[in-house]
Design a protein around this ligand. Structure first.
Ligand code: NDP
Length: 453
């Protein structure tokens, strides 16, 4: 497995893929460790997680540089990602006991009935490269603390991050088999998932990858959580604070090079403010600094991989061919590395790639609508349903409209984001299940009813 810097094309490290014997040893260690790990008092598991948070904070800069080198994220955003990971560790270290407390139920006379939450066993996590630390900590912090053990199959282009995450848990003092990495490509996932020792799986990534994992898991009756990306609407109504909407919209579309499942992708703007919104939005896009991701001044680094950039450009070209207008950007930059400019499209026809597919890069599709009814119809006119952002000065109006949007979350006057305190996940083709918060930690536990007569 090669680590290649997408800003330069330089291969800077090489990792040997795990062979059959390595995978076998990892699975055996996982199941053996699970038996003792599940018996560790929850308080001790919380303390270890708090220590993992400390390791992340202590090595923040080193981990951030590794992410930036492997997948091109601007360094300031990489540092923020490690800090967020430490926060998630702190969060579950503090709240796991309360989240996992037994639920008591109305009981028939003379009985006591409760539900306790036991761990399931080894959980396979198939993870993407776009937030190489955050996506992993998002599963590991709750699931390990609940008493499961984790098997990370990270994306093939971030093997260094996979190894660094293993180091985090080792340095924090976790027993060796609680968090392990499998350095394997996607073709090996089916074998691992069908193994009896693996009890459940979580995947963040594309629809095809999610479907493949769900199909295998379904055949073998293993529970899955899937987080599969989206085409999130960013709705700007006539009474919105335009300055904040533009500023936040630009960040929501371009942070992490636009490679985020919950990035705002379709900007749906009321006709009363459309012209002003578009002018200001394009100005802001053009003022972003695109360049060396190691520079603190950079807003948008390279795309994570030249092939993924080529796919993004194909989507833009096909959309333009179908009738979309390019207001800025639209062609890969003529320089070394996988650099794609922040791009704004208008007149986006229904069904073209920028409208119907997930665009995983800094490409915004902007639509004009006559009223809020049309805005909501367009927001829902997608096969995805991950997040949405809605802008209005009338909070009651915002809350009423939020109920009409088909998505896992709606943020009013704020960009869609994940937060350890609140549930995160989607509906429709964006997947199922929830991560983070109490909902997340209870996804991979056995809700065991205990009836005492
Ligand atoms: P993938 O979905 O292919 O990769 C994500 C993870 O799934 C990787 O670990 C990958 O392994 C694994 N994987 C891929 N195919 C399978 C399979 N058939 N069975 C089991 N595991 C599999 O994403 P890409 O990196 O190829 O990106 C393609 C598109 O996916 C993006 O343009 C974007 O639209 C979407 N995406 C969405 C993400 C999100 O946050 N929701 C994150 C990343 C991508 P390996 O790397 O070894 O192939």
């Amino acid at each position: 497995m090669d680590a290649v810097n997408p800003a330069t094309g330089e291969q800077f490290a090489e990792y040997t893929e795990d062979d059959y014997a390595d995978v076998e040893a990892t699975l055996e260690t996982a199941i053996e460790t699970f038996e003792s790990w599940r018996e560790r008092p929850l308080r001790e598991r919380e303390e270890l997680l708090a220590a993992a948070g400390d390791v992340l904070r202590e090595n923040k800069r080193r981990y951030a540089e590794l992410m930036t080198k492997e997948m091109g994220k601007p360094i300031s955003q990489a540092v923020a990602e490690v800090e967020k990971c430490a926060w998630a560790c702190d969060h579950y270290a503090e709240h796991a006991s309360a989240y996992l407390e037994a639920d008591h139920h109305p009981s028939p006379p003379g009985t006591s009935v409760k539900t306790v939450h036991d761990p399931l066993g080894p959980v396979l996590a198939v993870m993407p490269w776009n937030f190489p630390f955050w996506q992993v900590i998002r599963f590991a912090a709750p699931y390990l603390t609940a008493g499961n053990v984790g098997l990370l199959k990270h994306a093939s282009n971030v093997p260094g991050c996979a190894m660094a995450l293993k180091e985090v848990f080792r340095e924090a003092g976790y027993p060796e088999g609680v968090f392990q990495t499998l350095l394997v490509g996607s073709s090996k996932v089916e074998d691992v998932l069908t193994d009896n020792r693996v009890r459940a799986a979580t995947l963040t990534g594309s629809g095809p990858a999610g479907r493949a994992v769900a199909e295998t898991a379904g055949k073998h009756l293993k529970k899955t959580v899937l987080e599969l990306g989206g085409s999130d609407p960013f709705v700007v109504l006539d009474d919105a604070d335009l300055g904040r909407a533009v500023e936040t919209g630009v960040q929501a579309r371009t942070q992490n090079g636009g490679q985020s499942c919950i990035a705002a992708k379709r900007f749906i703007v009321h006709e009363a403010v459309y012209d002003e919104f578009v002018d200001r939005f394009v100005d802001e896009f053009e003022s972003l600094t695109v360049g060396d991701p190691m520079s603190e001044a950079t807003d948008v680094g390279p795309q994570a991989d030249p092939d993924l950039m080529a796919q993004l450009h194909d989507q833009v070209e096909a959309s333009v061919k179908a009738g979309a207008t390019v207001l800025t950007g639209g062609d890969p930059l003529d320089r070394e590395g996988a650099f794609y400019p922040p791009t704004v499209l208008t007149d986006v026809p229904k069904g073209c790639p920028a409208d119907a597919e997930e665009t995983f890069g800094p490409v915004a599709a902007v639509y004009e609508v006559a009223d809020e009814t049309e805005a909501i119809e367009l927001a829902n006119d997608t096969r995805f349903g991950l997040g949405a952002s809605l802008w209005t000065d009338d909070r009651k109006r915002g809350q009423r409209l939020a109920r009409e949007i088909d998505a896992g979350c709606v943020y009013i006057n704020e960009m869609t984001k994940s937060d350890p305190r609140v549930p995160f996940g989607g509906i429709k083709d964006s997947g199922y299940g929830r991560e983070l918060s109490e909902a997340g930690i209870k996804e991979f536990v056995n809700w065991k009813t205990v009836w005492v007569q």
